[in-house]
Each structure stands twice: as structure tokens, then as C-alpha cells.
Design a binder for this molecule. Structure first.
Ligand code: PMP
Length: 431
């Protein structure tokens, strides 16, 4: 065990990680990065095939983003958004406005995806009270949903992810089937119609349920669900924390599904993965319902210390320009086809591979873990050993490369996974 791992294990508590085995699990301790590669304390290089938990869009140390950060440091790092403004944050909101699929958008900034989801729930709930409509106090959410780890987000999220323990603390939510269930859209539409009188909003991850292991929906189904919400006056909250900023080949997945959500939740890729910034984007109709007398009950009494951070805003604004300048969306669509062909050819036929799922550059290789529930963990370790950094969720290994990944790099990811699966698959399956 290296000195760094020992120091890490002694003092740093890692999320979603069993610390009793952390030191022995050969963790990568990153010291720096170059482009798409992470470099550890021993100088070993790893292709970042999870984009540092799906946040990094253009890779690491992008000169233009570094410069935007340095320039902003010369002005100010942070000032509060409560009752006051900041130039960098105003400019970002203005740059986002014509790009988001939301009518007359108003942007409430926060720091993590989960805190932006909390804001969305709070806004959707209070909207109806401000409108003078009583009884619309419940949320509808999907099976397999994941919206973050704070309690509101945990409540609209499905009970998986070890949330059962916290059942007494999670508020009750009406639950529709998830994307993995055939007919999920019709069942959801029926629930919207039946419960509209008591529903504040439907909360949905448009197109792909990421943490469920990249479960992919038909865009037409998602559109139909959105139309049902509009028809029954149930607010539509689209959580694009994972799918936003080009991940699925359009800037926002809602666009691909033909949706204009009442509330859009953004995070992760907003700052290209540089800094913690998220946003809750409300339509003009929703935001206007909060206008009233100073200190009156219509006000949204909600805000985070670091919401609208100026450093993050400056990077996020430059990032929007770079997505355009580097033609990133077209590149995602081209790489998606190549990755699909590679996965089908090199991985799908292997013993132990149950299913391949891919939408844009959100991919999952689901393994058959009936004989060995730790198989995905072991294949992950063997892949990382080969210099390709991936992470599992349940039985699936996720492939979420930077949006600027190249064709040879995709080949490198798939070759490492193939070798790792062949090396790790149960002996019976290998024969
Ligand atoms: N919503 C979705 C759809 C997510 O995938 C995630 C994180 N993976 C979150 C919300 C929570 O974001 P954060 O981890 O930044 O709190």
C-alpha cells in the first residue's frame, strides 16, 4: 500500500465506499491530469472513461477553461446571490437562456445536482400554494430513479441504492414503473391522469436513467409522458444532471424527447466538470407565481451559500462557447456509432456479458453476476489495472468517456474491458 493510500484511508471518508477494505482495493490516488488521462501518485496514467463521475465533458486542464478561471480570479471568486448579484453569474444565466428548452427561463443556482433537485421540489410544491390551488402536494417519480442523496432527492429516488434504511425519513411518493419495465410510459400516463388533482409534479430523468445502469427510453414515450403532464396540469421536472450538456448527442435530452419542462435541473457537465455548480431552471410561468410583496409568503425562502459561485460561472460560460467552437455535439454522435459497433463486436459475444446499453456517450456493459456478485467489481479492477479508469454500478460497468474522446481512445477502452472480462469471467464461462 502506498503512503498516499495509507494517508487517504486514515483521514478521508469516501462516499459510496466501504472504508474497511478501501486500502486493499487498489484505489487510484490522482495527483494530476492531462487531457483525457488521470495521472496517479506513481506517475501511472489512466484514461478517464467515467469522466470523473460523468462530470468532465472536454477532459482535464482545458487551456481555455483554465484561462477563464484565472481571469475570473483576477476579479472575484465568490459573492452571495441572496438579494444581490454578480456579473459572472448574470452573464452565465444570459448565455444559458437561449439554450435551455425552457420557456422564458429563470435560473436558480446551487452547487450539487442533489441540491438543485431539492430546489426543484421546493419550487414545484410552493408553486401550487402560490397559485392558490390546494391539494397538489405529491410527487410522481419513476422506478429505478436516482436524483441524489439529500432527503428530498432520496425520496423521489427509488428505494434502491440502500435507501430502505431511511424509509421513515423519506416522504411518500407515487411511483410509476421505470424505463426497464415495458409499458412504463402508458402506466405513467395513467397515473398522471388518475392523480393529477394531488400531483405537484412528475420528476423524471429524460431519455436515460443513469444510476439505474443506463436504462434507455424511447424518446417518443418520454414525449407522450410530458404531454400528459401538460394536459393534466402536472408540472414536469426534468432532471438532466446526468444527461445534460451534450451527453446524449443533443445539448439537452429533453430536446430529443420534444419536451419543454416547467423545471429543468442541471449539474455535472455545467462547468465541464471543473467546479461544483448546479442550477434549477424554472419557466417564466413558474417563476412569476413567486412574485408578491416584499417578505411575503410567495417568496422562495431557499438558497445555498455557494449558489451562483463566480469562478464556476465564468468556467461554465466559456464551456458553452467551447461546446459550440469544438463542434462537440456532432462528435458525440459520431463516437456513439463507433462505440456501439466496438461494444457489439468485441464485448457482446463474450461469456459473462448479458447486455450492452448505449445512448450518446452514456454506456453500460451489464455482466451476468448470478454466479459471482462481485464480478463487476473484479472486472473493473482488472480494467483499471490496464490503464482505463471505469466504475461499476451493480452488475454493470459504466462507460462515460469525455465528449471529446477520440476513436483510438474508444478502442483502448474496449480492448481493456475485453481483456479484463476474459481474464476475470468465471472458469466455467471461459471454457
Ligand atoms: N440526478 C441525477 C440524474 C444524477 O445522475 C445525479 C448524480 N449521479 C444526481 C441527480 C445527483 O447529483 P450530485 O451527485 O451532484 O448531487
Amino acid at each position: 500500500m502506498s503512503d498516499w493510500v495509507e494517508r487517504d484511508a486514515a483521514r478521508v471518508w469516501h462516499g459510496f465506499t466501504q472504508m474497511s477494505v478501501y486500502g486493499e482495493s487498489r484505489p487510484v490516488v490522482v495527483e494530476r491530469a492531462e487531457g483525457h488521462e488521470l495521472i496517479d501518485t506513481e506517475g501511472r496514467r489512466y484514461l478517464d472513461a467515467v469522466s470523473s463521475l460523468w462530470v468532465s465533458t472536454l477532459g482535464h486542464r482545458v487551456p481555455e477553461l483554465d484561462q477563464a478561471l484565472v481571469d475570473q480570479l483576477g476579479r472575484i471568486a465568490h459573492s452571495t446571490m441572496l438579494g444581490n448579484g454578480n456579473v459572472a453569474t448574470i452573464e452565465l444565466a444570459e448565455a444559458l437562456a437561449p439554450l435551455v428548452p425552457v420557456d422564458d427561463p429563470r435560473v436558480l443556482f446551487a452547487s450539487d445536482g442533489a441540491s438543485a433537485v431539492e430546489q426543484a421540489l421546493r419550487i414545484a410544491f410552493q408553486f401550487w400554494a402560490n397559485e392558490g390551488v390546494s391539494g397538489k402536494t405529491r410527487f410522481l417519480a419513476l422506478g429505478g430513479a436516482y436524483h441524489g442523496d439529500t432527503f428530498g432527492a432520496l425520496s423521489v429516488g427509488d428505494a434502491g441504492f440502500y435507501g430502505e434504511l431511511f424509509a421513515p425519513l423519506r416522504f411518500p411518493v407515487l411511483r410509476a414503473p421505470g424505463y426497464a419495465t415495458p409499458g412504463w410510459a402508458d402506466a405513467t400516463i395513467a397515473l398522471v391522469a388518475e392523480h393529477a388533482h394531488e400531483l405537484a409534479a412528475l420528476v423524471i430523468e429524460p431519455l436515460v436513467q443513469g444510476a439505474a445502469g443506463m436504462r434507455i427510453a424511447d424518446p417518443d414515450d418520454v414525449r407522450r409522458v410530458g404531454e400528459a403532464c401538460a394536459a393534466h396540469d402536472v408540472l414536469l421536472v426534468c432532471d438532466e444532471v446526468a444527461v445534460g450538456f451534450g451527453r446524449t448527442g443533443t445539448l439537452f435530452a429533453s430536446e430529443r424527447c420534444g419536451l419543454r419542462p416547467d423545471i429543468l435541473v442541471l449539474g455535472k457537465g455545467l462547468t465541464a466538470g471543473y467546479l461544483a455548480m448546479s442550477a434549477t431552471v424554472a419557466s417564466g410561468r413558474v417563476a412569476d407565481a413567486f412574485l408578491g410583496a416584499d417578505l411575503g409568503p410567495e417568496t422562495l425562502y431557499h438558497g445555498h451559500s455557494f449558489g451562483g459561485n463566480a469562478l464556476a460561472a465564468a468556467v461554465a460560460r466559456r464551456h458553452l462557447e467551447l461546446l459550440e467552437e469544438r463542434n462537440v455535439l456532432a462528435r458525440v454522435r459520431a463516437r456513439e456509432g463507433e462505440l456501439r459497433a466496438l461494444l457489439e463486436r468485441e464485448l457482446a459475444p463474450l461469456p459473462g456479458v448479458r447486455e450492452i446499453r448505449l445512448c450518446g456517450l452514456l454506456g453500460a456493459v451489464e455482466l451476468d453476476t448470478t454466479e459471482d456478485e462481485l464480478l463487476a467489481r473484479r472486472v473493473t479492477a482488472a480494467t483499471v489495472e490496464r490503464g482505463v479508469f471505469v466504475r461499476p454500478i451493480g452488475p454493470s460497468i459504466l462507460i462515460v468517456p469525455p465528449l471529446t474522446i477520440t476513436t483510438p481512445e474508444l478502442e483502448r477502452i474496449v480492448a481493456a474491458l475485453r481483456a479484463a472480462i476474459l481474464e476475470t469471467a468465471p472458469v466455467g464461462a471461459r471454457a
